[in-house]
Design a protein around this ligand. Structure first.
Ligand code: 4AD
Ligand code: MG
Length: 471
């Protein structure tokens, strides 16, 4: 027995299953539930290839009682049997078991994933097992599809996947929120005469950290290859305990030579719509499950985003709308005035209450944005863009880059950014400088939107947040 090839359970839910009905199949997976009576047992088996479980019907007369007793929720088994049309409601085919091999038991007294009803918080504590739940299985499969969609989107449009370093000496966003990378002895680091740490003796001969963004190196790629994108892990040591921040997240950063602000916002909109459409086309079962179990408005929201035009909203106009709201009695926790870095309550008001659709905000005050953004002629604003989404807030941050050497230098000096590690970046403006633009999409923010999950810790397999780095 069991020399037959394994069939993935996904195939048993495809239309082509008709051809298999009546023949013997082999499936392998983990038991979700077992129920039945004294004559027959019904095992719901899942192998991760799909959210759907195949029902295995076991005629108890033909099986060793001791073996079946050990086939409990969480156990891993191999089943050989005939695929038949199902008599029961809820599934179209089922397997009449002929042989069962028990690969691994899961002691019911200690296996933590019993039937259902576990809170998201509890599941985070058993992050090593949560991919075996329906919800996280669905999230993980969608995550895969989104990554694949992203590579496909850029590849189809002639972008090159450009690998930027994870260890770096420059702080792209200038927020000083970097995780230091060092091999120095923490207890007794070498010191200079003035008492400060002598990083020349560190591994790289200078102070280094994990990257907060691949953008600066991405610009080097774009000003040579034309259009590039990065897709990799990003690290921020910001002490933000919110449902939308991770200390380790994945970011997609396209960077394009010769793009102006209109080209940039058009690409941002097209890109998100492409990803959402991909999910609707390729992840139907998982999205339907999440729509039923997690967020009843999910499918409707996804469909509405792909068919709606995103608003282009200058910051100044956004402030005017918010001030108007305040005048009409709307209460915000934080004040609204020109120059303020908008709080998420402000962004959500604009997106969810005023426009009721995604908003791409442009032309921000230069003081609240990073040093590299292209300065507008008004001397006050820069060509930065944030894409604001319902329930998520900022999903994309991007800008046209300042390509003028002198203006860029002014901005660097104004912000007291240390120059000595930036010479290579400035060279792009000294030699063959060109107009260019780019943006960064937070992969987990996109995942939040596409899955309807409420907390960013639940859309990445192993979240890293302040005080947690388990698994
Ligand atoms: O707006 P940010 O900081 O922009 C940049 O890093 C630019 N260098 C990107 C570029 O132009 N190439 O970050 C970009 C996006 C945000 O819009 C958000 O979606 C996500 O990255 N993000 C985070 N996601 C999860 N956890 C965090 N702590 C995040 N910080 C930013
Ligand atoms: Mg931002």
């Amino acid at each position: 027995m069991l020399i037959m090839k394994r069939t993935e359970i996904k195939l048993l839910f495809a239309e082509s299953v008709e051809q298999l009905i009546g023949s013997d199949v082999v499936v392998k997976g983990w038991v979700r539930t077992k129920r039945g009576n004294k004559n027959v047992a019904f095992i719901a088996l899942n192998d991760g290839s799909t959210i759907n479980n195949i029902q295995v019907v076991v005629d108890l007369a033909n099986f060793d009682e001791g073996l079946l007793r050990r086939v409990t929720t969480g156990a891993c088994i191999c089943v050989e049997g005939q695929l038949v049309k199902s008599q029961g409601a809820g599934q179209s085919v089922e397997i009449q078991a002929k042989n069962i091999v028990l690969y691994g038991e899961a002691d019911p007294d200690s296996y933590p994933l019993q039937k259902k009803g576990h809170s998201m918080e509890f599941l985070r504590e058993i992050g090593h097992l949560r991919p075996r739940t329906n919800t996280f299985g669905a999230v993980c499969r969608i995550r895969h599809h989104m990554a694949y969609a992203i590579h496909t989107f850029f590849h189809e449009r002639g972008f090159f996947y450009f690998h930027t370093p994870l260890i770096t000496a420059s702080d792209c966003e200038g927020a000083g929120e970097m995780f230091q990378v060092t091999t120095l002895d923490m207890k007794n680091p070498p010191r200079l005469e003035d008492g400060s740490i002598d990083y020349s003796q560190d591994f790289f001969g200078k102070q280094t950290a994990l990257t907060v963004s691949g953008q600066l190196e991405g610009e080097l790629g774009a000003t040579a290859l034309g259009k590039i994108y990065t897709f990799g892990p990003t690290f921020r040591a910001e002490n933000s305990n919110t449902p939308r921040h991770l200390a380790e997240f994945w970011m997609i950063e396209p960077e394009m030579a010769f793009y102006d602000i209109d080209d940039l916002t058009a690409l941002e909109e097209e890109f998100i719509k492409y990803c959402v459409t991909w999910a609707l086309d390729h992840c139907q079962d998982d999205l339907q499950f999440l729509n039923n179990m997690i967020d009843k408005g999910l499918l409707e929201r996804l469909k509405s985003v792909v068919s709606t035009d995103f608003v282009r909203l200058p910051y100044t106009e956004g402030i005017r709308i918010l001030e108007e709201a305040v005048k009409n009695g709307h209460k915000f926790e934080f004040p609204v005035y020109w120059g303020v870095d908008l709080a998420s309550e402000h962004e959500r008001y604009l997106v969810e209450e005023h426009f009721k659709k995604p908003v791409i905000m442009i032309d921000y005050p230069k003081e609240i944005k990073a040093f590299y953004m292209k300065q507008n002629d008004d001397g006050k604003t820069v060509q930065g863009t944030d894409v604001l989404f319902p329930q998520i807030g900022e999903i994309i941050g991007g800008s046209v880059r300042e390509e003028n050497y002198d203006k860029l230098m002014n901005s660097i000096t104004e912000r007291n950014i240390p120059m000595k590690d930036m010479w290579w970046y400035l060279d792009t403006r000294r030699y063959g400088t060109c107009p260019h633009a780019g943006f960064g999409l937070g992969f987990e923010r996109l995942m939040l939107f596409v899955t309807g999950m409420a907390n960013i810790r639940d859309v990445i397999p192993f979240p890293r947040t302040p005080k947690t780095a388990e698994f």
